[in-house]
Design a protein around this ligand. Structure first.
Ligand code: ASP
Length: 308
């Protein structure tokens, strides 16, 4: 029987210390802790890594602090387009949705794509039609409305720029959420969910729903979930690249993450981070930004949260 492991993230970026008041920091840490506890409880009871990943991500999607589900940022058309993906490291099956609207928990819809269709990726109206067919919970626009996010969008609109963060304009923060887990059977799983970028062009898809870029899992190596400037992560095929360094070159998870995030991505100008989990239940949380909202289960069974 395997040792269990879990790690989650709530986005990476330049998290300005002056804007992170003690109250805000506590709110983020509490939210991360609540989310990781959901997944850990499932794993402790012998549940699957897929269930744990889904439960932790659902908790983050339901929290307005993070850019996924309820907290998703505004796109250029003033609406919210949701991207998510999930992958099982045991079966190598994967499911993803892109540009879906009104979905309460995009990660669960991605999982349904994996389990109930012969496809990997459904997008736009097709993803929404599938959501209706599966009778997943749908929310109207008002559920996703957040005054702070709206003001961010207005600022980005006025400046005619696409904003990669979901905080003030002086902060660069990627608020995507993700989780990786190892269950008692030794099965790995990874998932990622996001609203993308503030003021992003209608129809834009980032790395989060792209298997191999923002999410990847393979029991022979690791499970990975990324956050950062999606276009760079797609071009660098970040998650699969980390897997390949382990599979073909025998690197450890930590060394592979360092190579891709702190060397390759930095050289290409890509900001962000990744969380990874290997077969020993060892969590790696690696980023080339100032901080990353994160939580993980330590080898001695303690849940830790960190930001900077
Ligand atoms: N990677 C996401 C995207 O480009 C953004 C993020 O991580 O916050 O859509």
């Amino acid at each position: 029987m395997s040792k269990i492991g879990i790690a989650i993230h709530g986005g990476a970026g330049t998290i300005a210390k002056n804007l992170l008041t003690p109250e805000k920091e506590k709110a983020y840490r509490d939210a991360l802790l609540t989310a990781i506890q959901q997944g850990e409880a499932i794993l402790t009871k012998g549940g699957s890594s897929l269930d744990a990943v889904e439960a932790s991500i659902q908790a983050l999607e339901n929290c307005p602090l993070f850019n996924a589900g309820k907290g998703a940022v505004f796109n250029a058309a003033g609406s919210h387009e949701l991207d998510a993906s999930i992958m099982c490291g045991h079966t190598k099956m994967a499911g993803a949705i892109g540009n879906a609207t009104g979905i309460k928990n995009p990660i669960s819809l991605a999982r349904l794509v994996m389990e109930k269709t012969e496809h990997v990726y459904l997008s736009g109206p097709g993803a929404n039609a599938f959501a209706e067919k599966m009778q997943v919970e749908l929310m109207d626009e008002s559920y996703f409305y957040d005054e702070f996010r709206y003001q961010q969008w207005q600022q980005a609109l006025a400046e005619g720029r696409v904003q990669l963060d979901h905080a003030g304009l002086d902060e660069k923060k990627f608020g995507t959420v993700g989780a990786v887990a190892l269950d008692k059977n030794g099965y790995l799983a990874a998932g990622t969910s996001t609203g993308g970028m503030t003021n992003k062009q209608f129809g834009r898809v980032g790395d989060s729903p792209i298997i191999g870029a923002g999410t990847y899992a393979n029991d022979t190596t690791c499970a990975l979930s990324c956050t950062g400037h999606g276009e760079y992560f797609i071009r660098a095929v970040v998650a699969y690249d980390i897997h390949c360094l382990m599979a073909y070159k025998g690197l450890s998870l930590a060394a592979a993450c360092d190579e891709v995030v702190k060397n390759k991505l930095v050289n290409q100008g890509g900001e962000g981070g990744v969380i990874g989990m290997d077969q020993t239940g060892n969590a790696v949380l690696c980023f080339n930004t100032e901080g990353m909202y994160r939580a993980w289960l330590t080898p001695d069974g303690i849940l830790q949260t960190a930001i900077n």
